[in-house]
Design a protein around this ligand. Structure first.
Ligand code: FEO
Ligand code: CA
Ligand code: CA
Length: 633
């Protein structure tokens, strides 16, 4: 049965060193207040409120940076492992084999590796039962194989492909704790060899046809699944990011065309080496296979038999996540970032309205609509608070010069080569767009621009929302659509925070904005999540050396911000050499799920510590309060 019908649509898922006010600073807070309420408060009032740590939204004290091989939390909080890489999803599946000798088939039946974006789908009418869809972004050969090196056979390539994709699991709350339900009929792996449909305007195009699929409509597999989205009609969106890394060529003289180059095609791939043992990934043999990846994939977690669908209308690029919103007239909006230095921010608007009464009516809503790319004006050059205006530029064949004469013979080609089409429209090249989220409080959109050491080089001018040359710390961009309508074609933007290190770089642009202090500093904001109360959670994937520019920042971490005041407090620090990524909330906000990806990616970790074999494993953590209160409150 298609359980979407019984799944009710949810609401849209919902400083003060004045001497160095080179960026947001107290001025930004003033701007934030203007943005939010239209009330012109004085800088000194806002700055004073932040310096006193007076946010009433944040109910915990900021914790120190840490370099321990464990989870650090504020007093009164606890963390448990919900599930870890390799855990069997079914009772008859093989147990995790820490030796690295487990088979590809075993990995297909186990929780995937390197968990990233995730969403929670409550069962209607049951507060203690939910499904979770969790991305498995990539894997680490150091731990995947007993030899610790690149895959050396077709079986080992298959195992690597099985470690990536998506895991759907059931979770239940028992005795107040959310737990993984092994052997639930909903438990499912989607991986690098799962049959997946190609739908939308590009489906069937010649560029998507291969020898194995001359229809151009039946792809095999999803991999490099970074972050995610959750639709109001109860489906999960998984976003294919660094797919090009998985391709290489057996022809050392193969020349790539402009589109292949723009997407990063190379003879060797990125040390992934699938093409050596799986001809599907050999660009000399199957050049069009590359075009069948780099999409957003829609999955119905409540129907384990359903075929996932690649939604080509949303464009092909290195997708980070997909943030859903709704236009004033009821159409679906999907905000998306392309995570590469100098790439773009997009939004898709569906042609048809969301049917909030009949989830099945939205089954193919994401196949019809219009894709846009953002252009940001340089705006106010007062670096106290960079802000300005921007526009959405339409990526439709036949408009804005997107025609055959310019290399775009059809809408399929515009979508398959979305990066080239967006460049043709002179969209703004950004500092690596990562996650995008929409505030449940006021509809403002937040996007992490994680870092960009190439900023200032050719074609990437310094300015606007990308204000620093060789940006090693990153910033969080925010915009408000005109008339507060996600269907608008223009917006106002500002920078919510500019990360930096005020302990090492006091007084210059590398100190960051004034809501960054030696007590809360971090680098490379990546994941984002809004809880229902409007707290903005910030997850980092940065330099954890704790040295040089990054001295005093410690391991990767999760922070929590009050969007109104701009105050940011450090909430959690992860174990050694991990990335903190993926966030979901239990409906009652008493449990926060957060991902610890690749602990000990270069060694030095045995996280999570309760496992007997000492082999570090990516894990989803459940964070809660000892007193059962709202997390963060
Ligand atoms: Fe998979 Fe851009 O992070
Ligand atoms: Ca990321
Ligand atoms: Ca990142």
């Amino acid at each position: 049965m298609h359980l979407l019908e019984e799944h009710q649509p949810t609401d849209l898922e919902h400083l003060t060193r004045l001497s160095r006010r080179r960026f947001i600073g107290a001025g930004a807070l003033c701007g934030a207040a203007l943005f939010l309420g239209g009330n012109l408060l004085s800088r000194s009032v806002l700055a004073a409120s932040v310096s006193a740590g007076g946010s009433s939204l944040l109910g915990f004290a900021s914790i120190p940076a840490a370099t321990a091989d464990s989870i650090s939390l504020p007093p009164g909080y606890k963390a448990r492992v919900l599930i870890s890489w390799g855990q069997p999803l079914h009772a008859d599946a093989p147990a995790f084999d820490p030796s690295g000798n487990g088979s590809a088939l075993a990995q297909e039946l186990q929780f995937g590796d390197h968990n990233d974006g995730m969403s929670l789908f409550p069962f209607p009418g049951d507060d203690d039962r939910a499904l979770m869809a969790i991305n498995n972004e990539y894997t680490n050969y150091r731990y995947l194989f007993s030899h610790g090196g690149k895959p050396a056979s077709a079986e080992e390539v298959h195992k690597a492909q099985a470690a990536e994709g998506v895991s759907v699991i059931e979770v239940r709350r028992r005795d107040g704790q959310w737990q993984f339900v092994q052997d639930s009929p909903y438990n499912r792996r989607i991986h690098g060899n799962t049959p997946i449909s190609l739908n939308g305007p590009a489906a069937g195009d010649a560029l998507l046809r291969t020898a194995a699929d001359n229809s151009g409509r039946k792809a095999l597999g999803t991999f490099q699944n970074c972050a995610n989205g959750k639709t109001p009609w109860g489906t999960y969106l998984t976003c294919e990011e660094n797919f090009t890394d998985c391709f290489g060529s057996s022809d050392s003289s193969q020349a790539f065309d402009a589109a292949q180059k723009r997407y990063g095609a190379s003879l060797t791939g990125k040390e992934v080496d699938w093409h050596q043992h799986d001809p599907r990934f050999d660009l000399a043999k199957n050049p069009n296979e590359l075009n069948r990846h780099g999409w957003v994939v829609e999955i119905d977690p409540f129907d384990p038999q359903s075929t996932p669908v690649k939604r080509t209308a949303l464009g092909r690029f290195k997708h980070e996540n997909a943030a859903l919103a709704e236009t004033r007239d009821g159409r679906a909006v999907v905000y998306m970032g392309d995570d590469e230095r100098g790439e773009f921010i997009y939004k898709f608007i569906s042609r048809d309205r969301i049917d909030h009464k009949n989830a099945n009516a939205n089954r193919n809503l994401l196949d019809h609509g219009t894709l846009y790319v953002a252009r940001f004006d340089d705006g106010d050059h007062n670096l106290d608070h960079p802000r300005g205006k921007g526009q959405w530029l339409e990526l439709t064949h036949g408009k804005n010069g997107l025609n055959a004469a310019n290399g775009f013979a059809s809408q399929a080609q515009v979508l398959i080569h979305a990066r080239l089409a967006a460049s043709h429209l002179k969209a703004t090249r950004m500092d690596r767009p990562e996650w995008i989220v929409v505030s449940p409080r006021d509809g403002q959109v937040y996007c992490t621009l994680t870092n960009n050491v190439k900023r200032g080089e050719e074609g990437q001018p310094v300015g606007g929302p990308n204000p620093r040359e060789k940006n090693v710390y990153g910033q969080i961009l925010r915009w408000r659509e005109s008339a507060d309508d996600h269907g608008a074609m223009s917006f106002d933007w500002d920078l919510f925070v500019v990360a930096g290190n005020p302990a090492v770089h006091a007084g210059d642009a590398k100190a960051g904005s004034a809501n960054i202090t030696p007590q809360n500093m971090f680098n490379s904001p990546d994941g984002l999540g809004f809880d229902a109360d409007g707290r903005l959670w910030i997850l980092t994937d940065g330099d954890y050396s704790n040295n040089g520019d990054f001295a005093g920042m410690g391991n990767n971490q999760m922070l929590c911000a009050d969007p109104a005041s701009g105050e940011i407090r450090r909430f959690m620090v992860g174990p050694v050499a991990c990335e903190v990524t993926g966030i979901a909330f239990a409906p009652d906000q008493r449990t926060l799920f957060v991902g610890i990806q690749h602990p000990g990616e270069t060694g030095g970790s045995t996280f999570p510590e309760h496992l007997p074999d000492g082999k570090p494993r990516s894990s989803v953590m459940a964070i809660s309060r000892e007193d059962g209160g709202i997390v963060g409150g």
